[in-house]
Unconditional design. Structure first.
Length: 719
């Protein structure tokens, strides 16, 4: 329960005007799509021409030697991906994007004038660095802009633009090479792409890192405690590669997917040429696969936002395996063309969906690094694929190498089916309607809560006695998790947060037992002595009662709070009024700020702002933290409450239920409360509790809605 007399130190204002979503950031999002198309074009300049250049100009007959440029590209790009995430978190997204384009400037010239194969390998090292920095950064920037709701769609547009450009450039360079030769004309297209991409990135692209920070500020604490926002790069790498089932499954599937791409890039053109296909037709086949892949991603990214990630990834990997087998079995242009369409469709199902899955699981604070680790594994597939297919082709022939990769792809799809869990954020179902029963409403109190006229009156249920220890454990855990610093003390913990140095609730002792009241006073001075206040919360009623005389004699104010619990399914909101839904912290802040100013007209503005802003610290307090609210017809939040959920323990806390003064007596508080109970029930919680002032009217209001007193905690404060 929040106490209005509590004060906090001012918090820094968040960056103004930052809003998440595709519509809100459409212009910048569209620009980044165009930039990524240019990134894809720089890669596409090689797809048709370079395998033929290796054999026809440089005389490389061994497949393994001919594919060394793909090994160089893939290995370099994979490593660069890893560092791109860390660099973009540290220095910002735009500097990394611009650096990637600067590295790409020499690539066309090296390919045009290369006197030996070593120059081509050097060009592909630079190309790998460019792709790792620039493509990775455009991915992260789009994820930053759109937020969680349209992540799959964003990745679909991103990858569609990139691979549509790969396809168009592969076809264009094939046609140019058929008319003018393998060098230099095909690579002039890449030079134009590089100059345009660098210019747009420097002059028009804006930094997006603050969008990720805005999302992180309101991001719910994850169900997995390993996935909090403060992880080292090594921890991120371990979670993404091994510990998390979804992230590790995505990483291996990404590697196999790009292993297939290396096969299509380096081996397929050689197979087609061995069967007598002219360069123009080889260019068509080289373009067909990335064209279907690119265009298809605009649908599959959106689709994964609707139906989920796992099944699309599994189906896509298995479809790729079928397509690769068809290439191995085929001997004619129509069969190979059909296989390229199937391969493009399978890749379209997989590619944006894997990135969306990584974005689903990773916390915004380390998402860029997680994307970097995933892309390290994924683009490492280029190197692995080039080496594996080259060695197998040298030893057993092109067809055997292709069949082996088809089998490996099918196995990867089965790994996803078995190991991966569904990652798509699921919307909560709306609460069912309930016919209201007549009843009177009590008067409003200091929290602005008013009962609805006609609110339902559920039958009171007896709460089992064993629920109180669960509540105590929950409160202690919440205090630990939201704290910036935790110190173990006899009988409990000291929780501290330098960002809110004057906040009583964020800087206090929380104890479950008191062995010696005098010792508790000494402990308070030792731990909280650097602060202008002392706050001790005793979660055990008997211990709090026993130490009260000594605490009061030492100048502490003694308050109690009633623990009220609810074990029955809560009443659903009455039909006809606006529903309660989760609201972003940035939308709740103005309403909470206005209400606090109304309650505290004489308080300093910085104090009022800080009382509002410290709500962000609660996001770490439980496995899932939601802010529920009712909006009026203008979209303004007019009634709200916090909901803290511990799915593993089956416990939920409902806290700080408020209705803004102009909107009371309209049933909003009942709607918010009932929705909170409903969502907690859907999350698997069988115990719901709250804290109430024993002498204020809301205690009676809550009792009429099924909450039963189960205990008392004691709060000792000295300012």
């Amino acid at each position: 329960m929040t106490v209005p007399e509590d004060t906090t130190a001012p918090a820094a204002e968040g960056p103004g005007g930052i809003r998440l979503g595709l519509r809100a950031n459409l212009a910048q999002f569209t620009l980044l799509v165009a930039v990524n198309a240019l990134v894809g074009g720089t890669l596409g300049q090689e797809r048709t021409v370079l395998p033929l250049l290796a054999e026809g100009v440089f005389g490389l007959s061994a497949y393994t030697a001919a594919l060394t440029y793909i090994v160089a590209f893939g290995a370099t790009k994979a490593v660069t991906n890893f560092f791109a995430g860390t660099l973009s978190d540290r220095f910002g997204r735009k500097p990394v994007l611009v650096a990637g384009w600067l590295v790409a400037l020499p690539v066309p010239a090296l390919l045009i004038w290369a006197p030996s194969w070593g120059w081509v390998i050097a060009a592909n090292v630079l190309l790998g660095v460019h792709q790792g920095l620039s493509w990775s950064t455009t991915v992260v920037m789009k994820i930053d802009l759109v937020g969680p709701e349209r992540r799959g769609l964003a990745m679909g547009f991103n990858e569609a633009a990139g691979y549509a450009a790969v396809a168009a450039t592969a076809m264009a360079t094939g046609l140019i090479a058929a008319r003018y030769g393998l060098r230099p004309e095909p690579f002039l297209l890449g030079a134009a792409y590089t100059a345009l991409g660098l210019g747009l990135s420097v002059l028009a692209v804006r930094e997006t890192r603050e969008h990720a920070r805005a999302e992180a500020a309101r991001h719910p604490a994850p169900a997995n405690p390993e996935h909090h926002g403060e992880l080292t790069t090594g921890e991120v790498a371990l979670i993404t590669s091994v510990r998390d089932k979804a992230l590790s499954a995505a990483s291996q599937a990404g590697m196999v997917n790009n292993l297939n791409d290396a096969l299509a890039w380096g081996i397929f053109p050689l197979l087609y040429a061995a069967h007598g296909l002219p360069i123009g037709r080889i260019g068509v086949l080289a373009a067909l696969y990335p064209a279907v892949w690119g265009v298809g991603q605009m649908l599959t990214g959106w689709w994964s936002d609707r139906v989920g990630r796992k099944h699309l990834i599994t189906a896509g990997m298995l479809l790729q395996a079928v397509a690769i087998g068809l290439v191995a079995a085929g001997t004619s242009f129509p069969v190979w063309a059909a296989a390229q369409v199937l391969l493009g469709a399978g890749t379209a199902l997989v590619y944006p969906t894997l990135l969306a899955a990584v974005g689903d699981v990773a916390h915004p604070a380390w998402r860029a690094r997680a994307v970097g680790v995933y892309r390290l594994w994924r683009d490492g597939g280029f190197a692995v694929g080039a080496l594996l297919s080259g060695v197998l082709a040298d030893l057993y022939g092109l067809t055997t190498a292709i069949w082996a990769v088809a089998a490996l792809t099918a196995a990867s799809g089965l790994v996803v089916a078995v190991r991966m869990y569904e990652t798509r954020p699921r919307p909560h179902p709306p609460p069912p309607p309930l016919t209201p029963a007549p009843g009177a409403a009590p008067a409003a109190g200091r929290f602005g809560v008013r009962a609805a006229e006609g609110a339902a009156r559920p039958t009171l249920h007896r709460v089992p006695a064993e629920f109180l220890p669960r509540i105590t454990d929950f409160l202690l855990s919440f205090a630990r998790r939201q704290a910036d610093e935790v110190r173990e003390v006899p009988g409990g913990v000291a929780v501290l947060d330098r960002r809110y140095a004057a906040s009583y609730d964020n800087n206090r002792l929380v104890v479950t037992r008191v062995l010696d009241p005098a010792g508790l006073l000494s402990l308070s001075e030792a731990v909280l002595g650097h602060l202008p206040h002392r706050r001790i919360t005793v979660l055990d009623d008997a211990a709090g009662t026993a130490c009260a005389p000594a605490m009061e004699a030492a100048g502490y104010r003694h308050d109690t709070e009633v623990v009220m619990a609810h074990s029955a399914a809560g009443p659903a909101p009455a039909p006809g009024g606006p529903p309660a839904r989760p609201v972003p912290l940035e939308d709740l802040r103005p309403a909470a700020l206005r209400q606090l100013r109304a309650w505290m007209p004489d308080a300093d503005g910085s104090v009022v702002r800080a009382l509002t802003d410290r709500r962000a610290a609660r996001l770490r307090g439980a496995g899932l933290v939601e802010f529920l609210g009712v909006r009026d017809e203008d979209g303004t939040v007019v009634s709200w409450a916090d909901l803290y959920l511990d799915r593993a323990g089956g416990t939920a806390q409902i806290e700080e239920l408020v209705t803004a003064d102009p909107h009371t007596r309209r049933g909003h508080a009942d709607t918010v409360l009932a929705t909170a109970l409903h969502r907690a029930r859907n999350a698997g919680c069988d115990l719901f509790f709250l804290l109430a002032d024993p002498g204020d009217w809301p205690r009676t209001w809550y009792a009429r809605r099924g909450f039963t007193p189960v205990g008392t905690l004691h709060v000792f404060t000295r300012a």
